[in-house]
Ligand binder design. Structure first.
Ligand code: LLP
Length: 427
């Protein structure tokens, strides 16, 4: 997070608050989010893309009412992909026209809700959905603004489970074989739809702009085809999210200004080549905004030194608050934050408390050799896809999200209680 400092006694302060105080008052594990850092990142994206573009924060990375309010105040729009995300956005006062609705299998009820509350646009993901959305819109006497999501056939260099633009996966309509062109043909014929543009999302945790370049080129190519066939220039393109963040010191992400500049140049050049007016560009960063703004605070429970191997350091959370290591082999770093230590390095594996050996939070890390039960350790860059993918595995309660700012701490998502766990059991 942005404002992390160490006191003379070695305790870490974030947003002016001592982590030991956070642990005492709110318990561990806890996600600690730096509000100023979140707002600064959101604002940086907004400013980098400027007035001619829209930034839709991807709510799947992390969503709560507080975060929706921050985004609203900083001038960002919101991308949601379920009725639950939409409900959260509306409950926090995000204007419906600033919401984009995504998903590869939206239910009729979800489509009804999106259309009737008046979301800004719906991203159509299949041939069936083109007809469904048109039908719902028409039955309500409205023309729904839509984009069509296409798969451009790019192999993004990221984990297989989070790459989304190659052909053999469930999202979007392939450009290949003229399928996307056919989808456009159908959408243009339906009265209930106002086709505003084309959407592409190539994957997540990407560092290389080459994939975006190919995607932009192919999307602009489709716009040119559409102009030639139908005589219309669609006014918008959305290039999705996916910009990577630094999980360890080996990652070197670009900032929003560099990204805005290169996307602007690529789209500008391609449009000039095709003789098209430059469309309005939108992007959907999730991780790049929220990921770096939070860390997870854990208390060390047991230590198990295995001779010649490593020391297993067990913490009071695990795969229920961070599934990313188990699921994607994700890499994280970790630090002792409750005190100073000048002990030598100890090769550690930070593991959780769940009944499964894959319950690893940080696979390989060095921690001080004098680490002891009761020490607090922090895993940085857990703002994205950790709380939002948290589970109640083994009936653990999900941790709270705490916002720190100006020396104060505010609960923005409270810790679950045993009552919460039992509230759905009937009988
Ligand atoms: N737009 C669309 C259409 C998306 O599907 C996604 C992410 C985003 C934007 C935001 O991508 P971001 O900027 O956050 O990379 N659970 C995985 C990531 C899944 C991403 C799904 N879609 C993880 O923990 O790495």
């Amino acid at each position: 997070a942005g404002s992390v400092t160490r006191d003379a006694d070695g305790a870490v302060r974030v947003g002016g608050v001592d982590v030991r105080e956070i642990a005492r008052e709110h318990g561990t594990p806890a996600y600690v989010m730096d509000e100023d850092d979140f707002r600064a990142r959101a604002r940086a994206w907004r400013e980098a893309f400027g007035e001619g573009a829209d930034v839709y924060y991807a709510g799947k990375a992390f969503l709560s009412k507080a975060v929706v309010r921050w985004l609203h105040e900083e001038g960002l729009n919101l991308d949601v992909c379920s009725a639950g995300e939409l409900a959260t956005a509306l409950a926090a006062g995000m204007p419906a026209e600033r919401i984009a609705y995504h998903g590869n299998n939206k239910s009729l009820a979800e489509i009804e809700r999106a259309v009737t509350v008046g979301v800004g646009h719906i991203v159509l993901d299949s041939f069936q959905e083109i007809v469904r959305v048109a039908h719902v819109a028409q039955s309500h006497g409205v023309r729904q603004k839509v984009l069509i999501r296409v798969t451009v056939g790019v192999e993004a260099h990221t984990h297989e489970f989070i790459a989304t633009a190659h052909e053999d996966q469930k999202f979007g309509i392939p450009l290949a074989g003229g399928q996307a062109a056919e989808a456009v043909r159908r959408a243009l014929q339906l009265d209930g739809l106002e086709l505003a543009g084309i959407h592409s999302h190539i994957g997540s945790q990407i560092f290389d702009m080459a994939g975006f370049e190919v995607a932009a080129r192919r999307v602009v190519g489709l716009l040119a085809e559409i102009r030639d066939e139908h005589g219309v220039e669609l006014p918008e393109i959305d290039l999705g999210g996916g910009l990577g963040i630094a999980y360890t010191s080996e990652d070197d992400p670009q900032g929003p200004h560099e990204i805005a500049k290169s996307l602007g140049e690529i789209v500008g050049r391609e449009c000039e080549g095709a003789g098209l007016a430059v469309p309005r560009i939108s992007v959907e960063p999730g991780r790049a905004i929220v990921g770096p703004t939070a860390f997870t605070l854990y208390e060390v429970g047991t230590l198990k030194p295995l001779d010649g191997l490593r020391t297993y350091v067990s913490v009071d959370g695990g795969m229920s608050d961070n599934i990313r290591t188990a699921l994607y082999d994700a890499e994280y770093s970790v630090a002792l934050v409750s005190r100073a230590s000048d002990a030598g390095p100890m090769l550690a594996r930070v593991v959780g408390k769940h009944c499964e050996s894959g319950d690893i939070v940080v696979r390989d890390a060095f921690l001080p050799d004098d680490l002891a039960p009761g020490d607090l350790i922090a895993v940085p860059a857990t703002g994205a896809y950790c709380r939002s993918m948290a589970s109640n595995y083994n009936h653990v309660t999900r941790p709270p999200v705490l916002a720190v700012k100006d020396g104060g701490t505010r609960v923005i998502v409270r810790r679950e209680t045993e009552e919460d766990l039992l509230r759905l059991d009937v009988g």
